[in-house]
Design a protein around this ligand. Structure first.
Ligand SMILES: *Cc1c(COP(=O)(O)O)cnc(C)c1O
Length: 481
């Protein structure tokens, strides 16, 4: 398997070459040259693998279709080491939970639990694998990597929990001082591993992102200190997420003649893009429903054909904060497929076009209609009031407590139900991470998994710093010897 750039660059690369890279040299995103096709016999075989050997074995089967530069036994071992009951809290790793009222003939829909990993959000599904892949590949090359990131919550803690104790990797994670929830702060700052560095910046999330950009733009520093990232455009993260669409499908169906639909709470379009890849491989997915919050860049596109990025001032701070985005950094991958893989056109609209105009408009392009008709995409949006109401309804009707992001998914899924097709909503976080909104909706505290009892009282390690890229550079220099 070779990988190409969505912006038409002539290079073709192997999996391990792009594993540690971010963007392609022309600013595009990497995609496989083709999507391996699974016919019904192949799906039946994978169903058997899932049923008899479980998630890690299924992950190996899917990954090995896209990775041919890691020996089979090593890839198998990496999957087995990653997807364990010990790390993900359940032997099924991503179990389905029916939302079914007492006395009802069948569930209204299913939740697929993706948030039983170490940080209680779905980003663990991919990040845990990435940690093991990085450690493996860096050892093979005899190299080191310093991951520099900015987080307002989920991504940073998922990265730290994935990289803690890994050889060859250090993490320097900036976050806005005092602005994360107490639970999130406790989760991150209580990590005392030598290779994990929390930097609380006096400022807001944008200040953290600016620092990361400034450091990365210092090419000399970047090379000398081997600065890398783990952001959501990384192909390996996306690939890891493809696996749970298969696991969800196999749990919800008995035969490959049945279809299911997925509703996906979306921000950067990483999670649902993995669903698109699974569907392109032949997984019988009917609809892929994109659910946004008030930051509805994606819903606007699927309704109108216009993709309009938002300015900082137009980006809302919401009660589903992990979906608060101004542009969807993975969206270019889908648009490249929608435009029949026309690299130059993708480059024109995402490159110069977007930075000059702030939008592109495909409403007049005949291919836009295919987003729904050929690729199965639908969309909807949810607001704070919807979120509160949905959390209340799901709790009273089904006795199930859902988090704010999952609530956006359930709200939108309900607008796209089809009695003939099972609907699966991806549960992207547990309620405990967003306790304040749960209290607002239900008047009570969410349950806390036992391993998090008392984390607020644990010793913390964090370096508070002025919002200044030079200070962050000096800190990195000091801690790399
Ligand atoms: C990151 C995140 C999302 C959005 O996922 P994308 O891949 O960016 O679309 C949704 N919910 C939660 C809880 C998240 O952490």
């Amino acid at each position: 398997m070779r990988y190409l750039s969505t912006r038409g660059h002539a290079d073709r690369k192997q999996f391990c070459e792009i594993l540690l890279e971010g963007l392609a040299p022309d600013g595009g995103l990497y995609l496989p040259e083709n999507y391996p096709q699974l016919d019904s016999a192949a799906l039946t075989r994978l169903r058997g693998v899932w049923q008899s050997q479980g998630y890690a074995a299924l992950a190996f089967e899917i990954l090995s279709l896209y990775i041919d530069d890691i020996p089979t036994a090593d890839l198998q071992a990496l999957c087995a080491k990653t997807y364990t009951e010990q790390v993900f809290g359940t032997p099924h790793i991503v179990p389905l939970k029916p939302l079914q009222a007492a006395g009802a003939a069948k569930p209204e829909l299913y939740l697929q639990a993706l948030s039983n990993g170490p940080t209680l959000a779905f980003k663990d599904m991919a990040m845990q694998l990435l940690g093991n892949l990085f450690e493996y590949e860096l050892a093979r090359r005899g190299e080191e990597l310093n991951i520099l990131g900015a987080t307002s919550g989920d991504t940073g803690s998922a990265a730290e929990y994935a990289m803690r104790g890994k050889k060859g990797v250090r993490v320097f994670m900036t976050s806005p001082n005092g602005r994360m929830s107490p639970f999130q702060q406790a989760q991150m700052f209580s990590l005392l591993d030598d290779n994990i560095h929390n930097i609380a910046v006096d400022g807001v999330f944008d200040d953290c992102q600016d620092i990361v950009k400034a450091v990365s733009n210092d090419l000399d520093f970047k090379r000398r200190y081997k600065i890398g990232t783990v952001n959501s455009i990384n192909w390996a993260r996306l690939l890891a997420q493809v696996v749970y669409y298969f696991a969800g499908y196999f749990q919800a169906t008995q035969s490959n003649d049945q279809k299911v639909s997925f509703t996906v709470p979306s921000g950067n379009f990483g999670n649902v893009c993995a669903g698109h890849v699974a569907r392109m491989m032949g997984l019988p997915i009917d609809r892929l429903v994109v659910a946004t919050n008030e930051n509805d860049v994606l819903d606007e596109f699927f309704r109108s054909g216009v993709y309009r990025v938002r300015g900082t001032a137009d980006t809302h701070e919401t009660s589903s904060p992990s979906m608060d985005i101004s542009k969807a950094s993975n969206f270019e991958r889908f648009v490249f497929d929608l435009l029949e893989r026309d690299g130059p056109q993708t480059k024109a609209i995402f490159g110069e076009g977007l930075s000059r105009l702030g939008f592109f408009d495909l409403s007049g392009d005949a291919r836009f209609a295919k987003a729904a008709t050929v690729y199965g995409f639908e969309s909807g949006r949810s607001t704070h009031a919807d979120r509160i109401r949905t959390i209340q309804q799901v709790f009273t009707r089904y006795g199930v407590m859902i988090d704010t992001h999952t609530a956006d998914g359930v709200k939108v899924a309900r607008e796209h139900l089809n009695p003939q097709v099972t609907m699966i909503v991806l549960e992207t976080a547990l309620p405990i991470k967003f306790a304040a909104t749960i209290v607002e909706a239900l008047g009570r505290q969410p349950e806390r998994p036992a391993q998090f009892d008392g984390i607020e009282a644990l010793p913390k390690r964090v370096q508070v710093m002025k919002a200044d890229a030079d200070l962050v550079k000096a800190y990195i220099t000091q801690h790399c010897d």
